[in-house]
Design a protein around this ligand. Structure first.
Ligand SMILES: Cc1cc2nc3c(=O)[nH]c(=O)nc-3n(C[C@H](O)[C@H](O)[C@H](O)COP(=O)(O)O)c2cc1C
Ligand code: SF4
Length: 592
């Protein structure tokens, strides 16, 4: 079902990053044909993005970089502007790539005209400072992109739909494209044969990168009003994209006449069966993308990772390995802890035919995701884990609330396996004064058990500290973050960091880096900064310096004594990111 737009495919060999999809040579046709066959066999239509990456080709240091204007990258070296011959060569490459894509069986094609790749870079006066026939006036800046569209259209069969991905406007870019100019260009592109506008946003050189792969910090469908305006003023069929992770929301965008097509990227990583479930009305069973970017964008940006994955769906990138295997030897598996890791294990074990018993000490399923969901803009994390909990109950997992797993419980149930997913607890800062009554840990604050007022110093500028700081700021506190490292948000991925730090600065939260806490007194936090000691006056101190695994030794010993298999997953093993916890839960639930 649906149109599957395959990612960017390099049209030009010397600037094609390794490990990217490529269409610059006939030798790629058989592989691409295999891909289109697979899409067609599954009942879908296939499209391919034709692409020359411009600056993004620098992802692979061996690639040629083609830019409209010179770009100094060090005192010694400036990347030169593309020559007219190179520009003409690229236009010809687009034409040839189109021929190959058509031969490979694609039903439609998309020219990538956004995200400051070569097409966008020539179009935008923010990047294009040329003074020849490819720069300066509007007509000159349009020349290369329109030539690309013509080369593509000329090589497509009659009636095959041509999409163009376009940024609604430039952000954070001096002299960048306005939406009015984008609309004007789209009209010219339609004359060249573009049938559908795919309206995205962002570039890779400024904070606008957050609009390319929008994190949870941006509202769902944040760019739709732009798409709707472009659609209205061009009269072109228009696709909207960006944080559309819910079928009902998607339907509403169509029903409200905002857009004609809905583009969904990460929603389908988080749940590969998203469209099927939506079609069947099994909306509650959809695993929602939470915009964390931990597995997808961060996985792409980190070259040491073999492939992308997904926090909510650890099977991404290794689907064959993770194919569901129903067990022929069902086991009783006692799971201690109803956070995301415990829930993932319970759901998968149940699906495989085992008998999981999920015990949660508190009266709520969800663990750390519930806390994270209290931070500004992160409600969807809470909703996602609540949905997992509701699903566990719906499918019939034996869920026992307010039940602490103890050696006695293990002895009475006599399970075949015990999984320790009891999570972590906050580290108490080892400095004098951390036990004072006006000192709390971030968990107690986010959970609402402690309500600081006045001037609060948050000790620790990692993700949890930043969330606590924003939370307190939203509650009316004056907040200062004290961080030992030389930056805050060091544990955040690139894109979330841009958004979160933007919000921290926007909220006027004071930040002190390279600052070590040495003592907390009744009304101040004593710190050391570059060899100087200083007392920072405050009404409250909130500690967010990390977490350590909860003690599960008594459970482990009981299992050993009773000959029961024992696994430890997630923060109970070592406090890390949520993606590790769910991944490990999935691994263990597949191994049992
Ligand atoms: C891992 C990853 C790879 C992506 N690759 C491409 C790409 O090749 N071409 C493109 O136009 N957008 C790409 N995007 C951006 C998506 O197409 C989409 O515009 C963006 O993720 C926002 O939509 P979503 O919220 O539905 O994911 C990528 C995003 C991710 C997370
Ligand atoms: S890793 Fe996070 S942002 Fe990426 S697809 Fe999965 S849930 Fe969505």
């Amino acid at each position: 079902c649906a149109l599957n737009i395959v990612e960017v495919a390099s049209v030009h060999g010397p600037s094609a990053p390794r490990h990217f999809v490529a269409v610059y040579d006939d030798l790629f046709i058989p592989g691409l044909k295999e891909l289109t066959d697979a899409i067609h066999d599954a009942g879908g239509k296939a499209s391919l993005q034709l692409w020359q990456g411009g600056l993004a080709a620098s992802f692979d240091e061996q690639c040629q970089i083609l830019l409209p204007s010179p770009m100094p990258i060090s005192a010694e070296y400036t990347i030169p502007a593309a020559t007219v011959e190179q520009i003409e060569e690229i236009v010809a490459c687009y034409g040839e790539a189109t021929r190959r894509a058509v031969e490979a069986g694609f039903d439609s094609l998309e020219v990538h005209g956004a995200h400051n790749y070569m097409f966008h870079s020539f179009l935008s006066p923010g990047f294009n400072h040329r003074t020849d026939e490819y720069g300066g006036s509007v007509e000159n800046r349009y020349r290369f992109p329109l030539a690309v569209l013509k080369a593509v259209r000329d090589n497509m069969p009659e009636g095959m739909p041509l999409f163009m991905r376009i940024g609604a406007h430039d952000d954070f870019l001096e002299n960048g494209l306005s939406i009015e100019e984008v609309i004007d260009f789209c009209k010219r592109a339609m004359e060249m044969g573009v049938d559908v506008l795919d309206v995205s946003r962002g570039n890779i050189v400024t904070a606008a990168i957050q609009f390319e792969v929008p994190p949870i910090d941006l509202p769902r469908g944040f760019n739709i009003e732009n798409a709707a305006r472009i659609r209205k003023e061009t009269g072109c069929l228009t696709m909207g994209v960006g944080r559309i992770n819910d079928p009902e929301f998607a339907e509403a965008l169509l029903a409200n006449d905002k857009i004609d097509l809905v583009g969904m990227g990460r929603a389908q990583l988080a749940d590969a069966a998203f469209c099927l479930k939506a079609e069947r009305g099994e909306v509650d069973d959809i695993r929602r993308c939470i915009g964390c970017n931990q597995g997808c964008y961060d996985g792409f940006a980190d070259k040491s990772r073999p492939h992308i994955t997904c926090l909510m769906n650890p099977a991404v990138g290794r689907e064959a390995e993770c194919m569901l295997k129903v067990t022929d030897a069902p086991k009783t598996v006692l799971i201690a802890g109803g956070g995301p890791a415990g829930l993932e294990a319970a759901l998968l074990l149940h699906e495989r035919g085992h008998k999981p018993i999920l015990c949660e000490m508190s009266d709520r399923l969800g663990g750390q995701f519930l806390l994270a969901g209290e931070a500004p803009r992160k409600l969807e994390m809470k909703e996602a884990v609540l949905a997992m909990g509701a699903q566990a109950i719906r499918v019939g997992v034996d869920v026992r609330m307010k039940t602490k797993v103890t050696p006695e419980l293990i002895e009475s149930i006599k399970p075949d396996v015990v999984i320790n997913a009891i999570g972590a607890k906050p580290i108490i800062l080892p400095v004098p004064g951390s036990d004072l009554p006006n000192v709390a840990d971030s968990h107690d604050v986010l959970d609402g058990r402690v309500r600081p007022e006045g001037h609060v110093i948050v000790i620790g500028g990692g993700l949890v500290g930043l969330e606590a700081a924003e939370y307190l700021c939203a509650k009316g506190c004056k907040v200062t973050i004290v961080e030992m490292l030389d930056e805050i948000g060091a544990d955040l991925g690139d894109i979330r960091k841009v958004s979160v730090l933007g919000n921290i600065h926007g909220a006027c939260i004071d930040v002190k880096t390279k600052t070590k806490v040495i003592e907390i007194t009744g009304n101040a936090v004593r710190v050391e900064h570059e060899g100087q000691t200083e007392d920072l006056a405050c009404d409250y101190a909130v500690i967010a310096v990390g977490a350590k695994p909860r003690d599960g030794k008594d459970l482990e010993e009981a299992c050993k004594r009773l000959g029961i298999d024992w696994y430890v997953i997630g923060d109970a093993l070592e406090a890390r990111r949520a993606i590790n916890a769910i991944y490990e839960a999935n691994e263990v639930a597949r191994a049992i």
